[in-house]
Ligand binder design. Structure first.
Ligand code: HEM
Length: 497
């Protein structure tokens, strides 16, 4: 049956591999970003077969119904590559690697700290952090300013204030340093890296996971990082548990709220160690992701001065709620710009899942197999690795229009985008994934981007220097880089207010 299964996958059309060793991996994952994926989607359709390393068949899926099924049916789980990577980066009990009942319980508690109402309470904190960066942005500095460090420090600051209830400087210096080293070193992509990941994925999971105990510098750094995160997490949680036990007002941050929740309820579905175990994933998951999406919005606004001026006019007219807070949700162009940035530049352009049983993946549009058969569903065997093409889905002409390859916030204002067929948590996009592992911080990320973009466009005008370009590069995240592939986003900045 394995052979028949292979045949059925092999009947799905796709590009020829460029080598046995690396298949199509270099074409897909090395620059220029998205080039081959665009061509192959247009040539072969919303499901195409490509080759991973060592001749292994892979599926790239951008069909909306198929994606929804994979994310929501419970028949697929995180593939070993990400599962192992996440264990190394975030520790064994972080929410991205927990499964089933355990994961559901943890998410129930955690989601309560990220509801629309809860996130609204974080607005003043985020506004304070955003003002902090615009004070540090000094246009007289030099002709072109790399905006990455400033935006990153704003998003890291937002995460620590909102989640831990403290400034970055109040965390242990060792932990903060280890965190930025880990973020920098996990952002890489090369043919060697791809081979190692793929080879690791072939090992039994228990063995792959243990390669972290190899005596290399990188694995030592990862182990130290997880220990530091745990130490820091315990310090924060002890403090907040003490406050909660004494009935003191511990603050509005996520950790304080969760500690109060533990003290208030006798059913112990959440334990202090469950909070501690999320310290690393919170720090890392919430920072570069939001920062890069913001940089992409700035790049597109810099390319289109009229759009930037219209957005500035909307920001200057700041609508307010009856309580006097800025009503970011009532700013149509701001929100359209954010949605369009998430659509065109999903920080995680694709993710992987593995089938936990023999099953079928339904398709919204049938595809033609290599022998001319119409397939309305795809048969997969337990263990089949599938690539979820979030970036591909977000470029489907059938969903987003003929100009889907262009950055055009107007599509959201003219309601040319799908209104129904809810997929993903936000605006029918999959940039935040979907299903049980949907990004826990998506509402926070949206508010953070609303606040920071408003602050920056309010006070500064951005344009692109002639001598430098900013290119998206897939480095596990979709990172802004210069022509040499270094993380950098250089802008000419002028103060306007
Ligand atoms: C624009 C910003 C962001 C983007 C594009 C983004 C994207 C994603 C994606 C795609 C996933 C799922 C990965 C998969 O299914 O394979 C995810 C999960 C996650 N994100 Fe985000 N994220 C963002 C901001 C944040 C923020 C601000 C936080 C925290 C404060 C956060 C914390 C997490 C966590 C903890 C998970 C794991 C959830 C689980 O597995 O249950 N993210 N994110």
């Amino acid at each position: 049956s394995t052979i028949r299964q292979q045949r059925s996958i092999q009947r799905i059309p796709g590009p020829p591999p460029s080598s046995w060793l690396l298949g199509n991996m270099l074409q897909l994952f090395l620059p220029p970003y998205g080039y081959y994926d665009d061509i192959w989607r247009k040539t072969y359709g919303t499901v195409y077969r490509f080759q991973g390393c060592f001749g292994r068949d892979r599926l790239m899926i951008s069909d909306p119904l198929a994606l929804q099924h994979i994310l929501n049916s419970g028949e697929f789980e995180f593939a070993p590559i990400f599962d192992t990577l996440f264990r190394w980066l975030f520790g064994e009990r972080n929410m991205a690697v927990l499964k089933g009942e355990e994961h559901r319980n943890l998410r129930t508690a955690w989601n309560a700290a990220f509801t629309a109402g809860a996130v609204r309470q974080y607005q003043p904190i985020l506004e304070k952090v955003a003002q902090g960066i615009s004070e540090k942005l000094d246009p007289s500095d030099s002709p072109a300013i790399d905006i990455c460090p400033l935006i990153s420090s704003a998003t890291v600051g937002s995460t620590t204030e909102v989640v831990f209830g403290c400034a970055v400087d109040d965390l242990g210096a060792e932990f903060v340093e280890s965190n930025s080293n880990i973020m920098a070193s996990s952002a890489s992509q090369s043919s060697a890296q791809i081979l190692i990941d793929e080879f690791g994925g072939l090992l039994p999971s228990w063995l792959f996971r243990r390669t972290i105990y190899l005596p290399t510098k990188a694995s030592q750094a990862l182990r130290t990082h997880v220990e530091l995160a745990s130490r820091e997490g315990w310090r924060l949680v002890h403090e907040k548990m003490d406050a909660a036990k004494q009935g003191l007002d511990g603050g509005d941050d996520v950790y304080s709220m969760l500690c109060e929740y533990i003290c208030a309820f006798t059913n112990k579905s959440l334990r202090p160690e469950d909070i501690v175990a999320q310290t690393s994933v919170m720090m890392i998951g919430g920072s570069d992701t939001t920062a890069y999406t913001l940089v992409w919005a700035l790049v597109e606004l810099a390319k289109n001065p009229e759009l930037q001026d219209s957005l500035r006019a909307e920001i200057h007219g700041r609508p307010r709620t009856s309580r006097g807070d800025v009503a970011y949700d009532s700013m149509p162009l701001l929100n359209a710009t954010i949605k369009e940035s998430l659509r065109m530049y999903p920080v995680r352009p694709w993710t992987y899942r593995v089938a936990t049983k023999d099953t079928f993946i339904p398709l919204s549009q049938s595809i033609l197999s290599t022998n001319g058969e119409r397939l309305s569903q795809i048969q997969v065997k337990k263990g089949q690795l599938v690539t979820l093409g979030f970036a591909s889905y977000q470029k489907l002409e059938s969903r987003w229009g003929e100009d889907s390859g262009q950055f055009n916030p107007g599509r959201w204002l003219e309601s040319r985008v799908p209104q129904s067929a809810a997929i993903g948590p936000y605006a029918n996009l999959l940039a935040f994934s979907g299903g049980s592992h949907t990004c826990v911080g998506w509402r926070l990320a949206v508010l953070e981007m609303q606040v920071i973009l408003s602050e920056l466009i309010d006070k500064f005008a951005f344009s692109l220097p002639v001598e430098e370009s900013i290119e998206p590069r897939y480095m596990t995240n979709l990172m802004p880089t210069n022509a040499d592939g270094q993380k950098r986003a250089a802008f000419c900045v002028k103060r306007v207010l």
